[in-house]
Unconditional design. Structure first.
Length: 82
């Protein structure tokens, strides 16, 4: 099995993928598609970084909703209360 995956992605594979992308999207839409993909990747990267920072800052902070006399009250909990 290792021999099959050793040379799985050769330069001509990339050329075929590039030709298929140009045929599917057309040469006029390709720059807009690439620009949109770049923006999406930047957003994804910043959101992942923010989630990681939030996770490190308060790994155990959650909000629990409880019903008290017909009104909802929110209070943060600690791991010991769970």
């Amino acid at each position: 099995m290792g021999g099959l995956l050793r040379n799985a992605l050769e330069p001509w594979h990339l050329l075929v993928v590039a030709i298929v992308v140009v045929v599917l999207f057309g040469s006029k839409k390709l720059p807009d598609t690439a620009r949109s993909l770049g923006k999406s990747m930047r957003i994804l990267k910043s959101e992942a970084k923010a989630m990681k920072a939030d996770g490190e800052a308060a790994p155990e902070a959650t909000v629990v909703r409880t019903e008290q006399a017909g009104t909802a009250a929110e209070r943060p909990t600690t791991p010991a209360e769970r």
